[in-house]
Design a protein around this ligand. Structure first.
Ligand code: NDP
Length: 328
């Protein structure tokens, strides 16, 4: 029998946490044969609700779920953690300036990064979901100098999945026929979903669509503003699809990408494609044996270049802002 994998979820009592925990416990995160211990981190006001969720987890009698621990202490939550899903974050509220948002999140992600540094297992893999995800990941990573930087990642898989779905709708293709789509840059409205290297049943997606106006005026804004459209329709922000994307991100990181395909992950840049080294930006990546690599050698046309640069500029500004605040 395998030793259980320790999975820590922050903001566990929130909406995304509620959609996420049951799928982790049922084996969708790591595999149907991998037992898990869950560690739920919440702020003190969230502990009672987290207890309630833990009661429901008990009531599912999941064969793979070996234990649940609930705490408001990051040092306890990340003790021996193999996988950390950082979901809890300070949302932007009305009238809040970017500096206020970044410093509120610095107060969350800096101590969590330090707690990961001091307590997590050597093979720790971190996914940041809480927004602004890329910059929160950068803050946590900077606070964890003993952990290899590449273990800190930010989620752009929901954007990736949204883009595949929109492209499937437009072309009438099956979702499973769409490969090699890329999200570049920041998980924000400036993100760039790139179809120029994507394939639909083996054919180039941009050539099949053959409609640059649709790409610029419909596809890209629909993907980038999907979160707002869901709030408008549901009266609440997307939660199940965000949780699903977090599951996909970690599952791919652990189990690899399919031959001939790639995925999108926010990862520390090595300078590829002109993205300044160290910024946590989304790239096309392949994964093998638990290690990801940026897909190299893609030709970037002018349409793509301008959009990648704009998103990377925003990431650079966010990094400069958290640097000025002393958070990294
Ligand atoms: P959600 O569970 O809905 O969202 C959590 C975070 O995920 C937010 O930052 C949200 O960003 C982000 N997010 C990323 N992608 C998406 C997406 N596609 N759709 C929606 N959200 C996305 O928030 P709740 O308020 O329900 O729950 C947050 C929980 O976190 C609370 O229980 C709170 O107590 C806890 N918390 C825990 C902390 C800790 O453990 N130290 C610190 C702070 C909070 P956005 O706001 O931009 O939508």
């Amino acid at each position: 029998t395998r030793t259980p994998v320790n999975v820590t979820v922050t903001g566990a009592a929130g909406q995304i946490g509620y959609a996420l925990l049951f799928r982790i416990a049922s084996g969708h995160l790591l595999g149907a044969d991998v037992p898990v211990n869950l560690r739920l981190l919440e702020i003190p006001q969230g502990l009672k609700a987290a207890e309630g969720t833990a009661m429901e987890l008990d009531d599912c009698a999941f064969p793979l779920l070996r234990g649940i621990e609930i705490t408001d202490d990051p040092n306890v939550a990340f003790d021996g953690a193999n996988v950390a899903l950082l979901v809890g974050a300070r949302p932007r509220t009305k009238g809040m300036e970017r500096g206020d948002l970044l410093s509120a999140n610095g107060g969350i992600f800096k101590p969590q990064g330090k707690a990961i540094n001091d307590n997590a297992a050597d093979d720790i893999k971190v996914l940041v979901v809480g927004n602004p995800a890329n910059t929160n990941a950068l803050i946590a990573q900077a606070a964890a100098p003993d952990v290899p930087a590449e273990r800190f990642t930010a989620m752009t898989r929901l954007d990736h999945n949204r883009a595949i779905s929109q492209l499937a709708k437009k072309t009438g293709a099956a979702v499973s026929d769409i490969k090699r789509l890329t999200i570049w840059g920041n998980h924000s409205a400036t993100q760039y979903p790139d179809v120029f290297h994507a394939e639909i049943a083996g054919k180039n997606a941009a050539e099949l669509v053959n409609d640059e106006a649709w790409l610029a005026d419909t596809f890209i804004p629909t993907v980038a503003k999907r979160g707002a459209a869901i709030i408008e329709a549901r009266g609440a922000s997307s939660a199940a699809s965000a949780a699903n994307a977090a599951i996909d991100h970690v599952h791919t990181w652990v189990n690899g990408t399919a031959e001939g395909d790639w995925t999108s992950m926010g990862i520390p840049s090595d300078g590829s494609y002109g993205v300044p080294e160290g910024l946590i930006s989304s790239f096309p990546v392949t994964v093998k044996n638990g290690t990801y690599e940026i897909v190299q050698g893609l030709e970037i046309n002018d349409f793509s270049r301008a959009r990648i640069d704009a998103s990377v500029k925003e990431l650079t500004e966010e990094r400069d802002a958290v640097r000025a605040l002393g958070l990294i």
